[in-house]
Design a protein around this ligand. Structure first.
Ligand code: SIN
Ligand code: MN
Length: 205
């Protein structure tokens, strides 16, 4: 459903089986040879998620993308899996938005995880100008997702993102402020076997 021009909440986009496959894949990636880590950001703070970038690395110290993790361990960024790319492009197409995803930021939120309100604006000028959407997929515990306007002072709506939900913001909504104020611990579907929350945001650089 379109909650604002260019912004779509797709509750239950993934079946429980699809959520299980995705959660297992996310866990393996985050615990893999190039592991998830807690980014330091400019200003000296640390984020309240464990992050792993695929396809391109987002450097939180300089708010730019790069091919290796120069702000952490120098390792080359792992590729974006082809099935992730297809999944994201299909979600965007389902709401009529063109996307050829080439990067994903995978975040793991534990019970205390959160993310301050921000804009996603470090992708290329051409991508932002075209309004190629950010496609978000969530698996695990529910989150209180904040979705505002294109100015920081604009009012913010709270949307509960549940396991399996997709959220797409592109076109006129591409630069809307958003964040996660809290996780609802223990609300992942029984049988999923996830404590905490995985969120994947796909973008086209
Ligand atoms: C993000 O804004 O990058 C993450 C959003 C979310 O976790 O739902
Ligand atoms: Mn974001």
């Amino acid at each position: 459903m379109e909650i604002a021009p260019g912004a779509f909440h797709l509750p239950g986009y993934l079946s429980l089986e699809e959520q299980k496959v995705l959660a297992t894949r996310c866990q393996a990636l985050i615990d893999g040879r190039v592991p998830g880590y807690v980014p330091r950001v400019r200003g000296g703070g640390v984020m309240h998620v464990r992050m792993l970038c695929l396809g391109r690395h987002w450097n939180g110290l300089i708010y730019k993308y790069e091919s290796s993790r120069s702000d952490f361990d120098g390792l080359a960024v792992p590729p974006l899996p082809e099935e992730f790319r297809r999944l994201a492009n299909g979600i965007a197409a389902s709401v009529g938005m063109p996307l050829d995803a080439d990067l994903c930021i995978l975040n793991y939120y534990d019970a205390a995880g959160r993310m301050g309100v921000h804009q996603d604006k470090d992708e290329s000028d051409a991508s932002l100008a075209a309004g190629h959407p950010v496609v978000s997929l969530s698996v695990g515990d529910a989150a209180r997702f904040l979705f505002g306007g294109v100015r920081r002072r604009d009012p913010v709506d709270a949307i509960r993102l549940e396991s399996g939900d997709a959220f797409v913001f592109g076109g006129p909504a591409r630069l809307r402020f958003h964040g996660v104020s809290r996780i609802a611990p223990g609300t992942a579907p029984p049988g999923l076997g996830v404590a905490g929350r995985f969120n994947l945001t796909f973008r086209q650089y």
